[in-house]
Design a protein around this ligand. Structure first.
Ligand code: FES
Length: 104
C-alpha cells in the first residue's frame, strides 16, 4: 500500500498521540517532543484497548487500561502486563502532512 495521509502535522501536539483508522484497521500516531513522528498498531497487545487514549511520556505510551507501557519508536514492551511488542510503521512529513507506510 502506498504512503497514506494521516492528518496535518500540527494535528498532533508534541508528546501526544492520535488514533488513525484506515481500511478497517486502527493505528496510533505519535509526535515526540522533538517533532519526530511515529506510528504503531492502535490496540494494546495485552487486551484490545486503544492506545491513543493513553498517556505519552517521553518515547513511551502508557496503556489506559492496566498501565502497561511500550516504547512507541520500536514497539517494545516497557512495563508489565504487556509482553508482546507492537508493530511499528514508517512515517514521514511532506507538505505539512503526516504520512504512514501501511503494508498490504
Ligand atoms: S490492555 Fe493494555 S495493559 Fe492491559
Amino acid at each position: 500500500m502506498p504512503w497514506t495521509v494521516v492528518d496535518d502535522a500540527d494535528a498532533i501536539e508534541p508528546e501526544d498521540v492520535i488514533r488513525f483508522d484506515h481500511a478497517g484497521r486502527t493505528y496510533a500516531v505519535y509526535r515526540s517532543a522533538d517533532d519526530a513522528y511515529f506510528a504503531t498498531d492502535g490496540l494494546c497487545t495485552h487486551e484490545q484497548v486503544h492506545l491513543a487514549d493513553g498517556l505519552v511520556m517521553g518515547h513511551v505510551i502508557e496503556c489506559p487500561k492496566h498501565n502497561g507501557r511500550f516504547d512507541y519508536r520500536t514497539g517494545e514492551p516497557r512495563r508489565a502486563p504487556v509482553r508482546k511488542a507492537l508493530r511499528t510503521y514508517p512515517t514521514k512529513v511532506e507538505d505539512g502532512r503526516i504520512l504512514v507506510d501501511i503494508p498490504d
